[in-house]
Design a protein around this ligand. Structure first.
Ligand code: ATP
Ligand code: MG
Length: 334
């Protein structure tokens, strides 16, 4: 049976990239398939997180899921560290995945930069834990942004190697990455060659889900662009990464397509287009951030929702872990 799994790290405030590339699409998949959505706190600590900030970011991310429309009775919503099976299967996968596979991961290269010897071992092994996150539920579909495609492909390789090594051909499924829509890679507002990230250096390069209307308008006004007017077809966006990015954001926020957006704005200058984009972004984000703030008034209630979700998650994950341990040859309790 089709089953969706995806996660987001509580590693800072959420961005418009997280919303368009992940959360908004998670909401759309509810009801179509069984959906499991996770706050991946164990991934967050692959880089240093202040403990109090991590708790806050975990609840705030849960609030964002809820405010955007994730229904905890229709989806399973929880934080990763409450379901020990993720870490347990992650260890098995550390013994299945090869060092050479990890060395090819571009996200590790980006995040480690010149500092390869000084980053945590967890940052290096991250994709193997991510494979466990997905496969501990035998999930078949993984909605993610473009930047996570390589990790989902690695997950498929790990599943295949486990199945072959242990002679269990169909035990772990081959999950499909679902990377769809006009905003699968929202770019940094100051540099159209880099993706927008919640952990990026400057706040001006991203729109946060909790930014107020004035801040959103200011960031869009100051977003880098070229001097030309908008073209009349998407072909005209080639070699114009900043222009393409703003058009794609507009399309995603309005549930439209870049072609349709250009149909409306062809020939417009950015001076005309940017205020329209800012109005649209505020109209879409403000109701969500207002609900988030309301939910954050009662953190105990958020914690209860996550606990309930973790119970549901364990009910799926624990029997799969038990079978995995048996396959591996671990003696099980009688
Ligand atoms: P960090 O900088 O800490 O890695 P992040 O913004 O990349 O934060 P993640 O928690 O790593 O966020 O990713 C959560 C989800 O959001 C993933 O599915 C990822 O592909 C998606 N995502 C992240 N950034 C973007 C973006 N700029 N455009 C579209 N999707 C994105
Ligand atoms: Mg990321």
């Amino acid at each position: 049976t089709p089953r969706v799994f995806s996660g987001i790290k509580p590693s800072g405030g959420l961005t418009l990239g997280n919303y368009l590339g992940a959360i908004k699409r998670f909401v759309d998949m509810q009801g179509e398939m069984e959906t499991i959505y996770c706050v991946v706190d164990m991934h967050a600590i692959t880089v240093w997180q202040d403990p109090a900030d991590l708790k806050h970011a975990t609840r705030e991310l849960a609030a964002a899921y809820l405010a955007a429309g994730i229904d905890p009775t229709r989806s399973t919503l929880f934080n990763q560290s409450q379901v020990a099976a993720h870490a347990e299967l992650g260890w098995i996968f550390n013994c299945v995945a090869r060092v050479g596979w990890m060395n090819r991961m571009t996200q590790f290269k980006d995040k480690a930069g010149k500092n390869r010897e000084k980053v945590s071992l967890g940052l290096y092994a991250y994709p193997s834990l991510m494979a466990a996150d997905i496969l501990i539920y035998h999930a078949t579909h993984v909605p993610v942004g473009e930047d996570q495609k390589q990790h989902v492909e690695l997950t498929r390789d790990i599943a295949a190697k486990f199945n072959t090594d242990y002679g269990v051909p169909d035990f772990f499924p081959q999950p499909e990455p679902i990377i769809e829509g006009p905003a699968t890679r929202v770019m940094n507002l100051r540099d159209g060659t880099k993706k927008m990230s919640k952990s990026g250096e400057s706040d001006m390069e991203r729109i946060n889900m909790t930014d107020d209307a004035d801040t959103i308008a200011k960031k869009i006004r100051k977003a880098r662009t070229d001097p030309d007017p908008l073209p009349d077809t998407v072909k005209g966006l080639d070699d114009r990464p900043e222009a393409r990015n703003l058009v794609e954001i507009y399309a995603a926020l309005s549930d439209s397509t870049p072609d349709a957006v250009l149909g409306e704005f062809a020939g417009a200058q950015f001076g005309q287009f940017k205020p329209k984009l800012a109005d649209l972004a505020v109209a879409k984000l403000e109701p969500i951030s207002t609900r988030m703030a309301d939910l954050m008034q009662d953190p105990a209630e958020i914690d209860r929702i996550l606990t309930m979700g973790a119970d549901k998650a364990r009910a799926i994950a624990d029997p799969i872990l038990d079978r995995t341990y048996d396959i591996v040859g671990f003696v099980r309790p009688r």
